[in-house]
Design a protein around this ligand. Structure first.
Ligand SMILES: Nc1ncnc2c1ncn2[C@@H]1O[C@H](COP(=O)(O)OP(=O)(O)O)[C@@H](O)[C@H]1O
Ligand SMILES: O=P(O)(O)OC[C@H](O)CO
Length: 498
């Protein structure tokens, strides 16, 4: 029993990552699945495809590395958050495609609830906002729209779950209907202060509470896999939403520690300890992890476009062949130009929450070319992070009366870009640490499961294992930094008025 299997079920692919007893990655298998866009602003996944790709990558990684299921100490699951599945309890079959976190179909519903004055209650109980991003209004939409669905839910025939919960159900052969506190905290239905489903919010959204999964610790007993699936029964011992799993994998266990993950989008979490900090600056309050019944909270800032803007340089503008070329091109930019890109391709997330805003470029001259576009694109990631940084630090200051001494830990595909990480440190005016271990999300899930199984060390020893690849220190002079940031703020304000 000297291996742990992490399942990372993400927005575009399902991955299985095999770890050995020393928490080293020994193998990865990955499969993409279809993105379904039935209408503008709608995004769905076929939950059966999510299940099939997940099962297949688990089988592949085990067989590719000659590891039998019986050698696994446990499975850890981490997942795209908020994405909503409702299934028939008897057959296990979803009654509709999964509605993905990016889906905006419930925007009008959110506005109507806001107009009724529901936002203060929702924020106070859940730590979230009335935004289509979260699961609650997606559940309501499904129950309102599909024939007979609400009556069936009321009779206890239907189950709701985020992706972790759906996978736990499938893996255990329908025996378990459970989630962990971090995933529950993203549904808009969970009272993050009491650690229970909120009857008040469920009533507001007309969601029968019988549909909801049992909420467990992030390291807990989530049942055994059906032996027919992997060849032996394996206990599922760890579950966390992907951004929380990355926070764990980055060992951000102390209040004031912060991680930021740069993939398609960017998600930053600041550990606020055992106190949920209500944001006065449009951040989200969420659960970082729950261990042995004890919740640790975080402030979260979610940016929808980070690496996706680099994909736009490659696929939309065609000025680079690969994402990795963006840094080199940006270095060739004319230092005399001040081109600023607001990458609001799908609206702006935190702290602006402006779903209708669209992208804009400012400061073009006749000499502006590919290098200036590349620089503006990579810089936009730093500026957006600075927005979150400012908001979170102000929230922290409000709660603690002193600024946190934050060192930012980074991960995700885009953190490989030295240029971007140096620019980030310059714009923040603070050090940025990139770890050796890049599979932080999978590591977080694996650690939860391996620690629960007794194979992996406890929190302190795990945190001591975190190893630095490179620290980026600010090199920009403070005046230049603040002038650049002020330019960004003006650009965002202008983009929001167009
Ligand atoms: N060297 C690089 N420079 C800039 N951007 C990069 C680099 N390498 C990867 N990226 C960007 O990072 C993203 C991929 O990161 P990843 O963590 O795999 O994302 P996700 O999990 O969201 O699919 C892509 O959007 C890509 O454009
Ligand atoms: O699957 P990812 O990495 O795009 O993460 C999605 C987030 O969990 C959404 O909140």
């Amino acid at each position: 029993m000297s291996f742990v299997l992490a399942i990372d079920q993400g927005t575009t692919s399902s991955r299985a990552i095999l770890f050995d007893a020393a928490m080293r990655v020994i193998g990865v298998a990955q499969r993409e699945f279809r993105q379904i866009f039935p209408r503008g602003g709608w995004v769905e996944h076929d939950a059966e495809e999510i299940w099939q790709t997940t099962l297949s990558v688990c089988r592949s990684v085990l067989s590719n590395h000659g590891v039998a299921a019986g050698q696994l100490a446990g499975i850890g699951i981490t997942n795209q958050r908020e994405t909503t599945v409702i299934w028939d309890r008897a057959s296990g079959r979803p009654i509709h495609n999964a509605i993905v976190w990016q889906d905006r179909r419930t925007a009008a519903l959110c506005e109507a609830l806001e107009a009724e004055g529901a936002e203060p209650l929702v924020e106070a109980v859940t730590g979230l906002r009335l935004d289509p991003y979260f699961s609650g209004t997606k559940v309501k939409w499904l129950l309102d729209t599909l024939p007979d669905a609400r009556a069936r839910a009321q009779r206890g025939e239907l189950a709701f779950g985020t992706i972790d919960s759906f996978l736990i159900g499938r893996l255990t052969g329908g025996r378990m209907h459970a989630t962990d506190a971090t995933n529950a905290a993203r549904t808009l239905l969970f009272d993050i202060h009491q650690g229970v489903w909120s009857a008040e919010i469920c009533a507001l959204l007309d969601v029968p509470m019988d549909m909801l999964p049992e909420v467990k610790n992030s390291a807990d007993e989530f049942g055994q896999t059906d032996p027919a699936l992997l060849g032996a029964a394996v206990p599922i011992l760890g579950v966390a939403g992907d951004q929380q799993a990355a926070t764990i994998g980055q060992a951000c266990f102390a209040p004031g520690m912060m991680k930021s993950t740069y993939g398609t989008g960017c998600f930053a979490l600041l550990n606020t300890g055992d106190r949920p900090v209500a944001s006065g600056h449009r951040m989200l309050t969420t659960i970082a992890y729950q261990l042995d019944g004890k919740r640790t909270y975080a402030l979260e800032g979610s940016i929808f476009i980070a690496g996706a803007a680099v994909q736009w340089l490659r696929d939309g503008l065609g000025i680079i062949d690969s994402a990795a070329q963006s840094g080199k091109l940006a270095q060739q930019a004319d230092p005399g130009q001040q081109v600023t890109l607001v990458p609001a391709f799908t609206g702006l997330g935190a702290p602006y929450w402006a779903p209708d805003c669209r992208g804009a470029v400012f400061g073009l001259t006749r000499n502006s070319g590919p290098a200036e576009f590349a620089k503006a694109t990579l810089d936009s990631v730093a500026f957006q992070t600075r927005d979150l940084w400012e908001a979170m630090r102000a929230d922290w200051l409000g709660a603690h009366g002193a600024s946190p001494d934050v060192v930012l830990r980074v991960d995700g595909g885009m953190s490989a870009s030295d240029y971007t990480m140096q620019g980030l440190s310059d714009i923040l005016g603070a050090p940025v640490d990139r770890p050796v271990m890049q599979e932080t999300t999978a590591l977080g899930a694996a650690w939860l499961a391996g620690m629960r199984a007794g194979l992996y060390p406890g929190m302190e020893e795990f945190a001591a294992d975190w190893a630095l690849d490179r620290r980026f220190e600010p090199q920009m002079e403070a005046g230049a930094r603040e002038a650049a940031y002020a330019r960004w703020k003006r650009a965002v304000a202008a983009a929001m008025t167009v």
